[in-house]
Design a protein around this ligand. Structure first.
Ligand code: FMN
Length: 380
């Protein structure tokens, strides 16, 4: 497949080159119904919950396609040990030092975040091969799922051939040229080039440098541009730099259909483009989130060093579940994980998914006209 939107859209059956990553099934459905491609982030789901989410999507999306995004990191603690998911989780919990647990607990207490109601330990997210593989298998049981994407590395060869063999597209995110070339060599169908300003796990190279570099490096493979896109002018920039489409995340965090707690949406709507930070404090790998008391405490020089992925994520999992459940209580937002990119500073009001898609498209058309009018003779 070549690096043009037309080929991608024909394969996927979508109208607009807008790909939307979201953990929220309602957003996925609405984006796909509006002509883009909704991609459900499965990183926080086990296979049973993913099945529920995908069954719901199947029941609401009609004949529109969608995608599923998994997290199979290339490098993480405990990889290639041949452990079952349960044994791996036990092993990883043993790697969490008591002083780290106490540090996290103190931070939550200091900000008035209520404790979890029972003594249960939060589980390991789908951030390992062992926990993500059953999610890939579940996604492949749903005929509406036409695309699988992976964060944090090239997926294993057997996953690639399984997805391709099922007639779906498989791609992966990358933050630099070396990763993009590895994705290409492994036979992926498309690449998401994510600039460092993007939300979630991200590298350090900015979008305007990264996008054309990756487009040229992997040509003719289709490249989707990610990191810093929330309006039509940014979308035009991405396509002008050679991308076949845009892959967006932060744009969907505060839409009407997003299931986030109102207090969390409020934190995001108030944030400026300077309020994010790339930190290892939540997952153990560099991820862009809103800067707050949690990130500052872990990033301080005298704090316990962040653990490696997925051990830091396991340690942070209790904070995540408590700050989600009690999002509006006390000063919870000061220690909550609010993943987002710098473009959050541009997102200041609640819109509907359909409203966002049509705003972005009409801004794109206006920007294109303005750019064309700049050519000599264009006014004649
Ligand atoms: C809340 C949130 C969670 C994310 N989680 C994942 C993830 O699990 N897997 C993934 O491939 N990308 C993830 N990302 C990155 C997005 O897929 C997308 O590449 C990124 O948001 C694009 O940059 P933008 O935020 O500037 O739009 C996440 C982004 C956000 C905002």
């Amino acid at each position: 497949m070549g690096n043009s939107f037309r080929e991608l859209s024909e394969f996927l059956g979508i109208e607009y080159p807008i790909f939307a990553f979201s953990h929220c099934r309602d957003v996925v459905v609405e984006v796909s119904k509006a002509g883009g491609l909704g991609v459900l982030g499965a990183g926080f789901f086990g296979p049973e919950q993913l099945k529920q989410e995908l069954d719901w999507i199947d029941g609401h999306i009609g004949d529109r396609p969608y995608g599923v995004d998994v997290v199979i990191p290339q490098v993480y603690e405990g990889r290639d040990r041949g452990l079952s998911a349960e044994a791996l989780e036990e092993e990883l919990w043993r790697m969490v030092p008591p002083e780290h647990l106490a540090f996290a607990e103190r931070l939550l207490d200091d900000h008035g975040v209520p404790k979890w109601a029972d003594e249960s330990r939060p589980g390991l997210f789908g951030w390992t091969l062992e926990t993500a593989l059953p999610c890939v298998d579940e996604a492949l049981r749903h005929s509406g799922c036409k695309l699988i994407a992976n964060a944090l590395g090239t997926p294993p060869a057997d996953v690639i051939s399984k997805v391709k063999g099922s007639g779906r597209l498989i791609g992966a995110l990358c933050g630099n040229k070396k990763q993009a070339l590895a994705h290409q060599a492994a036979g992926l169908d498309f690449i998401v080039a994510q600039g460092g300003e993007g939300g979630g796990h991200t590298g350090e190279i900015g979008s305007i440098v990264l996008w054309p570099e990756i487009v040229d490096a992997v040509a003719p493979l289709p490249v989707l541009a990610a990191g810093g896109i929330a309006n039509g002018r940014q979308m035009l920039a991405a396509l002008s730099l050679g991308a076949a489409g845009v892959w967006t995340g932060s744009l969907w965090l505060t839409v009407e259909e997003a299931s986030a707690h109102p207090a969390q949406k409020e934190s995001l709507l108030r944030a400026t483009s300077g309020d994010t930070v790339r930190t290892r404090a939540w997952t153990g790998k560099g991820a862009r989130v809103l800067r707050n008391a949690w990130t500052e405490a872990w990033d301080a020089e005298d704090s316990p060093p962040a653990l490696k992925m997925p051990v830091q994520g396991l340690l942070a999992a209790d904070a995540i579940r408590r700050t989600e459940l009690y999002a509006g209580v006390g000063r919870t937002q000061a220690v909550a994980m609010n993943i987002c990119g710098q473009v959050i500073g541009q997102i200041n009001e609640v819109e509907s998914v359909r409203g966002v898609i049509f705003r972005v498209l009409s801004e794109y058309v206006d920007a294109l006209e303005r750019v064309n009018a700049a050519l000599p003779g264009a006014e004649d």
